[in-house]
Design a protein. Structure first.
Lengths: 805, 494
């Protein structure tokens, strides 16, 4: 009996419900009306879908029949299970292991390429396989790398070559194919990928974008106010840890470098032993030339160039000793310099005005310090190598992407501080950072403040700037500078830091000529001056007779001073002609030859200094460089290492003419460059720099290129005279490991010694030289000199761009 | 008796369809058939020939969602009114009954709040229509000429939809207005970050409304997707998308798959096996640790799950993949995903038996397994909502059988009538209390008698249950489960 007025109690989930079955069941008529008392539970479905025809039919059927009826199920699109090639596709069998399968997380990512070849690729592969062997997997790896290195824009062929460790021809073929395929491809990548979200929110409604990141604010507990503070602390901690890492890494590098130095020293000794250079004559020959290029060159060359020469003779033996001493000194690092046998040198270096004294000392110490523990003078804090790019950098083609293995320097702030440090010199200082007091050789005058930069095609352009000091500066006679230029060699790069009040006293708002000169002299003001041409006694006649041509041509290989000279001759925009270049090449070789001849005379005393070589072969040095460069930068790197000493020797030959020993014509090269890196780089021979840099960027992948490059270059740098070949090779060896290069090594790191060793190996092996036609000096060849020239011009630049790998 | 009292709201079979037709545009008067355009355009409704399960031809009313032109032959994407979207398909001109065509009305655009009765979620309705008509005078042929141009056109349509404020599909049921509040301003915002299903489909558009993959080859199976899935767009034009059976990576061609198989040595889902009985195994995969598999799985699952969202990453989910072993390896049969931490007692996010394995008891096995996990965790759980039609049927069936099993297993003690509380049922089964109640209601077991609620097990319920249980051979054996739940809340963020 149903009573509609009756209201049932709510259903209590905790109350026991008696169960009635079968015949015990009460008459359900008594119960019917109750249903509404129990709240209707939602089905959990979308309302519209709930009413769908097939569902309702199925529900009804179930309620009627209490089980599913075949015809009443919800229809779905069909699925087939009859892929007949299945067994061919999934080959092999898999035995069920007894144990439950447990997967190691690190097993998951194997290094297989994501790209899967299609039949179109197979056609290409079949075609390529006629010429060379290429496996599908190899092809897939190549495409995979190309794809992953490309974002919106494709990688270039050059990048591809670096990316793929394959034969050049193969790379070209695959690259071209890939570019074509990629252009025809409808998707953004040949590897189909799920569309990624863009952070600007433009893809919020794109139905093809999936798996967006869940961006949530950092959750701080509400009632903990110090969360932010502790977050800051954590940040600070992190920064400090990363600094510690940096320091440790630098220590590691320093130690490595030291070991490298030791090895090289050993090598030098060994080589000398093989050469029978017991008296150190050969070493000295090389070392003299080398040391002149150093900033920290033997401090003995102060004040008096003539004195230098005499000293060279005297210190022949000590020199040799000092080299050993250097090595041992490295071990007990930071030992006081005065203990060295070169005490004489030290004394001379202490003679300049008292204010510069500490500066010089410091630089002396620095020489053996390998810029390791001097963090304070090395303000470039390395940014953490792989800082996760969690920050909200907006996407887009211009977005900054960190390159793997590349360290980025934090911005430098120190320059600004220095300008404020001294108000009186402030305006000069300001100029100095970009502009430098500059002197021309022809016409011989000081042009005031100027800045050198490289224009198109390697033209050297001088930007002059007018200052209130101009009238005074004009009066500066280059000779005045010359008279003390040798003293400038020992400039400490940190002179900017250590400028004292005493020094600033002389500086009036408008400086007088003498003041400027004294500033220059005391290294407070840098002066850029072309190198004076020195000629060795024996060659003097010849060289002077050719002087105009030489000076012009020498520019190519030598330092900025000559470049400057060129500017003055050809006008600001004037470049060097091909002809000039060619003659220069020839002369270079001549110089080489002369140089060599001298050495040979010393050793064998039967060689005439004038050997008749075909001019064609004469142009070898640079030519071979450019040739090899053309194929790969790695070749250049290697050849530069080998051939670097040769041009420098020829330069030195000229330099000795006047008896002065300027360093690449840069009187005070370190004025603006406060980092050790740049200083060192500027001082060491520039081809060496570029070589080292290239080697390092190229890395291990190119070592196979290095050897051929060395093979071709080393014999070519030498006269094609069989009788002197071995000798020359030895010379090359010695020069390669000469101090300057040692310094390059120590300042840079691992790969360059490798390159040097390779050079040694290559040089000591008898190889058939690759014949380089002389006619190959072309505009292309010149362009290939670009990196080299950049290296040269980098001498006076404030910084030398470096990638620390 | 039972069929008369249907506890399901709106259970009258043809009622929604009838309502839809009644409120829709008036049925084909001759003038309307010769509309100014004389073209079949999106939004038109007309009977479309379709073969039903009994292999009979029928002409259900359908709506044209899209038109494309493949080598001069027009194809129409139709949605059968009151049928699930999964039956939507491309049909040729011959299958359309043009005599009964209803053109979408321009002015009769009802305010969206009044609902667009009978229309499917996200179908391109009058707004889109209008847009198309604005364009059509300038372009004599309004329909698309190439399959490629489907994208831009749909893009335009989608933007039109997105710009339309307050677009909401509403049921013809009264009440429950609350779900329209979250997005009644119509500004599409990022969906909530928990869960895996969307119920608010206001962002739905014509692109996601239509299937985009024609066919998927997976192992020995060829599957016809039911719904849209965001596989890379360039793959949507392929006749067949080839998937690696084990890692589920997608490829353009059979050759690609062949090549892939030389590199892929997986023969089982890349996770830990936590259950094995006979040939059936379950693998647990962490959505954070194995992203690529999880994503591939989600993409595949989306083809068969309408409400699944792939908006966010898979990090907060665990995936339990059920496999069947044979000599080739562990073949995926189905899976369910589960939030590592659920605030709403969900023990399942998405659940799917792949079509070739459907209607063979695997779905129930998956469900059973999900409750076994909850039992180990000592929690009750419920599947995330909304349920699909198949999901509802499966869960109801599982719940019914599980509860009936318990009820029928109760023996009377000392002559007393056996009794049980809802909480007890819930504890034993890990089925959430609400689901227990709804099942009892649905089975019509719960009655009010003599001042108290009772459970009545009628003969046909008992018989039906016994028959069903005879067919249910696949069961989870809790002894074969090796599973220790992790406390994800202690692990930071997932």
């Amino acid at each position: 009996m149903s009573k509609l007025s009756f209201r049932a109690r709510a259903l209590d989930a905790a109350k026991p419900l008696p169960i009635y079955r079968g015949k015990d069941m009460p008459d359900l008529n008594d119960c019917v009306s109750i249903n509404r008392a129990v709240p209707q539970m939602p089905t959990g479905m979308e309302k519209e879908e709930e009413s769908e025809h097939h569902l309702q039919r199925a529900i009804s059927a179930q309620q009627v029949f209490r089980e599913k009826k075949e015809s009443m199920v919800i229809p779905v699109p069909e699925a087939e299970s009859n892929v007949n090639y299945y067994n061919r596709l999934y080959k092999g069998e898999f035995k069920q292991p007894k144990q439950f399968i447990h997967i190691q997380p690190f097993n998951l990512d194997n290094e297989q390429p994501d790209y899967d070849m299609d039949s179109e690729d197979e056609t290409l592969l079949n075609r390529l396989n006629r010429k060379m062997e290429i496996k599908p997997l190899q092809f897939e790896i190549m495409i995979d790398r190309l794809e992953k290195a490309s974002s919106n824009q494709l990688v270039t062929l050059q990048e591809a070559k670096l990316l793929l460790n394959e034969d050049d021809y193969l790379i070209k073929a695959v690259y071209d194919y890939w570019v074509r395929k990629r252009k025809n491809c409808r998707g953004p990548s040949l590897i189909p990928q799920i569309k990624q979200e863009k952070r600007d929110g433009s893809t919020n409604n794109d139905p093809y974008v999936a798996f967006r990141r869940r961006t949530e604010k950092m959750q701080t507990r509400k009632n903990r106010k110090n969360d932010e503070a502790s977050y800051e602390k954590m940040l600070k901690l992190r920064r400090e840890f990363s600094r510690a890492i940096t320091i440790l890494e630098m220590i590691k590098r320093r130690e490595k470098t030291k070991r490298e130095l030791l090895h090289l020293t050993l090598e030098v000794v060994e080589k000398r032993y093989h050469l029978g250079d017991y008296g150190g004559e050969i070493l000295n020959e090389v070392k003299i030339n080398r040391s002149e290029k150093e900033l920290y060159a033997t401090p003995a060359t102060l004040h008096n160039g003539n004195h230098h020469k005499a000293q060279e003779c005297k210190t022949k033996h000590p020199h040799h000793l000092s080299l050993k001493e250097e090595a041992s000194d490295v071990v007990r690092q930071k030992k006081k310099y005065p203990k060295k046998p070169k005490a004489e040198a030290l004394i001379t270096s202490q003679q300049p005005t008292p204010e510069t004294l500490p500066v010089i000392n410091k630089s002396d110490i620095k020489q053996y310090d390998f810029h390791s523990s001097d963090e304070d003078e090395f303000p470039q804090v390395l940014s953490p190598v792989s800082e996760p790019e969690e920050e909200n950098d907006p996407d887009g083609p211009c977005a900054f992407r960190r390159r793997a293995g590349c360290q980025y320097y934090a911005p430098r702030l120190d320059q600004a501080n220095h300008t404020c440090e001294n108000s009186e010199l402030a305006d000069l200082d300001k100029l100095r950072y970009r502009h430098c007091l500059t002197t021309l050789t022809v016409p011989r005058r000081c042009i005031g403040f100027a800045r050198r930069r490289i224009g198109r095609g390697g033209r050297v352009i001088m930007d002059r700037i007018s200052t209130e000091h101009d009238p005074v500066l004009k009066q500066i006679d280059p000779e005045m500078l010359n008279s003390f230029s040798s003293s400038s060699q020992t400039i400490d790069f940190s002179s900017n830091f250590s400028r004292t009040n005493a020094s600033s006293k002389h500086c009036e708002n408008r400086l007088s000529l003498s003041e400027i000169l004294s500033n220059i002299r005391s290294c407070r003001l840098q002066c850029f001056q072309p190198r004076l041409l020195n000629l060795q006694d024996s060659d003097s006649e010849e060289c002077t007779s050719r002087k105009p041509g030489q000076t012009v041509n020498n520019k190519r290989v030598s330092a900025a001073s000559l470049a400057l000279l060129n500017t003055s001759k050809n006008g600001i925009s004037g470049g060097i002609t091909e002809e000039q270049f060619q003659t220069h090449q020839q002369q270079l070789v001549q110089m080489q030859r002369q140089q060599l001849a001298q050495l040979q005379q010393k050793q064998q005393s039967q060689h005439s200094s004038q050997q008749t070589h075909p001019k064609a072969q004469g142009s070898s040095t640079s030519d071979c460089m450019s040739k090899t460069l053309d194929s790969a930068s790695a070749h250049f790197a290697a050849s530069a290492v080998v051939s670097a000493p040769v041009p420098s020797r020829s330069e030195v030959a000229k330099e000795q003419n006047t008896g002065h020993n300027n360093i690449n014509g840069v009187v005070q090269p370190s004025g603006t460059s406060k980092t050790l890196y740049s200083t060192n780089m500027a001082l060491s021979s520039s081809p060496g720099i570029s070589a080292v840099q290239l080697v390092r960027t190229v890395g291990h992948t190119t070592t196979n290129h290095l050897i051929p490059a060395l093979c071709t270059s080393s014999p070519q740098t030498l006269p094609m005279n069989n009788s002197c070949l071995t000798n020359a090779v030895h010379l090359n060896n010695v020069s390669v490991v000469s101090p300057v290069n040692v310094h390059i090594n120590t300042r840079t790191s691992a790969p360059s010694p490798t390159a040097l060793k390779l050079a040694t190996v290559a040089a000591s092996m008898d190889r058939v030289p690759k014949v380089t036609p002389s006619s190959a000096i072309s505009s292309i060849a010149r362009e290939n000199h670009e990196p080299e020239r950049l290296g040269l011009n980098g001498i006076a630049e404030t910084t030398v761009a470096m990638e620390v790998t | 008796m039972a069929e008369v009292v249907s506890p399901v709201p709106g259970a009258g079979r043809r009622e929604p369809g009838e309502v839809g037709r009644a409120r829709g545009p008036p049925v084909a008067d001759p003038g309307a058939a010769l509309s100014p355009q004389g073209e079949i355009i999106e939004g038109c409704r007309l009977p479309v020939l379709r073969r039903n399960q009994d292999n009979e031809d029928e002409w259900p009313l359908a709506e044209i969602l899209s038109v494309k032109d493949i080598s001069g032959r027009k194809l129409f994407y139709v949605h059968y009114i009151d049928f699930n979207k999964r039956l939507d398909e491309w049909v040729t001109h011959e299958r359309l009954d043009l005599k009964k065509i209803q053109f979408p009305k321009k002015e009769a655009k009802t305010p969206t709040k009044n609902g667009l009765p009978g229309s499917r979620p996200g179908s391109p309705e009058r707004e889109v229509k209008r847009k198309v008509e604005v364009v059509s005078p300038a372009t004599p042929v309004p329909s698309e000429t190439a399959p490629a141009s489907v994208f831009p056109q749909n893009g335009a349509a989608r933007r039109a939809m997105a710009a339309q404020p307050g677009r909401k599909r509403k049921s013809n049921c009264l009440g429950t207005d609350e779900d329209s509040q979250d997005s009644s301003d119509g500004i599409p915002s990022a969906p909530r970050m928990t869960g895996s299903l969307v119920s608010d489909r206001s962002h739905d558009d014509i692109v996601t409304r239509m299937k985009n993959i024609e066919c998927i080859e997976l192992g020995r199976h060829r599957l016809k997707p039911w719904y849209f899935s965001p596989y890379p767009q360039e793959l949507t034009t392929l006749p067949v998308l080839y998937l690696c059976e084990f890692c589920l990576k997608y490829g353009r061609s059979l050759k690609c798959l062949q090549r892939h198989l030389t590199k892929c040595d997986l023969r089982h889902p890349p996770g830990n096996e936590i259950y094995r009985k006979g040939t059936i195994s379950f693998f647990e995969i962490d959505g954070r640790k194995n992203k690529s598999y999880s994503q591939n799985l989600c993409l595949l699952a989306k083809c068969f799950l309408d409400h699944k969202t792939l908006y966010y990453d898979t990090d907060p989910f665990l995936f339990y993949v059920m496999t069947e072993y044979d000599c080739k390896g562990f073949h995926i049969v189905g899976y369910f995903s589960k939030e590592k931490e659920s605030t709403e007692d969900y023990n399942v996010a998405c659940i799917l038996t792949l079509p070739p394995y459907q209607r063979r008891g695997y779905g129930k096995l998956l469900i059973e397994f999900s409750y076994e996990l909850s039992k180990v965790e000592g929690k009750t759980g419920t599947p995330e909502k909304p349920l699909s039609d198949l999901g509802l049927l499966s869960y109801r069936s599982y719940w019914s059988q599980t509860i009936l099993e318990i009820l029928m297993g109760l023996k009377s003690e000392s002559g007393e009538r056996p009794q049980i509380t809802i909480n007890e049922i819930s504890e034993i089964t890990s089925i959430k209390k609400e689901d227990v109640i709804s099942t009892l209601q649905y089975l019509n077991l719960i009655n009010y008698y003599k001042g108290q609620y009772i459970l009545t097990l009628s003969e046909d319920i008992v018989d039906g249950h016994e028959r069903a249980m005879l067919k249910r051979l696949l069961r989870i054996d809790s002894k074969c489960l090796h599973f220790t739940p992790k406390d994800w809340s202690k692990r930071g963020k997932w």
